[in-house]
Design a protein around this ligand. Structure first.
Ligand code: FMN
Length: 398
């Protein structure tokens, strides 16, 4: 609907006149005020013929918004990202913060001067872990400076850390935990423990992000107007994978090599696939039908038994083929599996990280079932396994 349909001509002119006189801070305040007002507005307003918000609700909106304004006023969101996930979360956090009336700025760690940190009013760090427990390249310099701490102080500056990672790695979310430690050591005031997010982070964010950002509004205990973040289509592209054709597949290792390295070419002319150097491509692979058949046989389950994964239902065969990780077993999976066993052997392994890593190396779900047989229902098996995560590959050139 256009602005001419929504507003009477006089109102539109008046609105433009008032807005044109406002400075950035006033516009930011108004942005938060309007977000709060939307919560009171009727869902559908066809034209300008009916009032947008009842006067009583408008007064309540102003009161709620002014309450927000009496707390801290700004938030710096520092992100360190390699494949873009942390950056996207930073942008969502900014929207949420502005909805709460905070002036929020998103800053890439790559261009951030460590000595500026003392001037921040509040800090939200969003950072992933790469390599083998390393910071993303773009965050390395800031990481090193904060670790050394030379000439830096945070003097009670409130902060929180969202750490992105993948629990199949030994050093799960290490960079986020490290940043938390550095900021605390420099005198910062943690508002909460590290929020460590696994590869299924996009499902958890709509609930989680508002509660984290709210910590910075100074209104934690206050009753607040709250609408969960809606995920825009395209916000997390990994939620909308597209099918592409594999046009070339060549094994690069010579005869007799124990390794498997593949050259794989995919057709990248799909209209939904836009990319540039430095982006990452996430590949969702299906599990092998032979492995799925062996697991079903070993567990004594019929392929057609139905299971629930989140809000969706699948046959156990479909869940194992397309939605659950089978080719590696992680510590959280062993923990859930151990709870199903009658003996304590696996629990003892969980207490010894070195032995556990040795045990998990090269292990798949079929190995686990063979080594520690247990009576399972289809749903128990599905709930024990980890969601099948995409593998990310950097795009080096166009
Ligand atoms: C090559 C590579 C190495 C990784 N190493 C780790 C790791 O050591 N620990 C971890 O928790 N996650 C690791 N991850 C997972 C990433 O942290 C995870 O995919 C994250 O969502 C990426 O966020 P970003 O796009 O903001 O960089 C690794 C991912 C890749 C592609």
């Amino acid at each position: 609907m256009s602005d001419t349909q929504l507003f009477k001509p006089d109102d539109r002119n008046e609105l433009q006149r008032v807005l044109s006189k406002m400075n950035r801070e006033q516009l930011l305040w108004l942005g938060g005020y309007i977000s709060a007002a939307i919560d009171f507005a009727p869902a559908v307003q066809d034209t300008y013929n009916s009032p947008i918000i009842e006067p009583a609700a408008l007064a309540q909106t102003a009161e709620t918004h002014n309450n927000h304004s009496s707390g801290p006023s700004s938030l710096s969101i520092l992100y360190g990202s390699h494949s873009g996930n942390s950056k996207k979360i930073a942008q969502l956090a900014q929207k949420e913060a502005e909805r709460l009336g905070l002036s929020a700025t998103v800053k890439n760690m790559e261009n951030y001067k460590a000595r500026s940190i003392k001037d921040e009013e509040q800090i939200l760090i969003i950072v992933s872990t790469h390599g083998e427990g390393d910071p993303p390249l773009s965050a390395q310099e800031l990481y090193d400076k904060l670790e050394s701490g030379k000439g830096l102080t945070l003097e009670n500056i409130p902060f929180a850390v969202i750490a992105l990672g993948d629990s199949s790695y030994d050093e799960f979310c290490k960079t986020g935990y490290d940043f938390h430690g550095f900021l605390k050591k420099l005198g910062g005031r943690p508002l909460r423990d590290v929020v460590a997010l696994d590869t299924d982070f996009s499902k958890k964010l709509p609930e989680l992000l508002p509660s984290i950002v709210k910590l910075f509004s100074g209104q934690v205990e206050a009753k607040q107007i709250h609408t969960p973040i809606k995920s825009d289509p395209g916000q997390f592209e990994s939620d909308q994978p597209i099918d592409v054709e594999i046009i070339e597949k060549i094994q690069l290792n010579g005869r007799g090599s124990g390794k498997e390295t593949w050259h794989i070419e995919i057709a990248a002319d799909h209209k939904g696939l836009a990319y540039q150097p430095g982006d990452a491509i996430e590949v969702y692979a299906n599990n092998s039908p032979e492995l799925v058949a062996s697991i079903l046989q070993k567990a004594g389950l019929a392929a057609s038994e139905m299971v629930e994964l989140g809000a969706e239902s699948f046959s156990i065969e479909e869940a194992l083929l397309h939605h659950l990780e089978l080719t590696m077993v992680t510590a959280p999976v062993v923990k859930k599996y151990a709870a199903l066993l009658e003996n304590n052997t696996l629990n003892r392994l969980l207490d010894d990280p070195e032995q556990l890593n040795a045990f998990l190396r090269g292990m798949d779900v079929l190995d686990l079932l063979n080594k520690y047989p247990v009576k399972l229902t289809a749903q128990l098996l599905a709930s024990t396994l980890r969601p099948l995560a995409p593998r990310a590959y950097s795009i080096a050139s166009s």
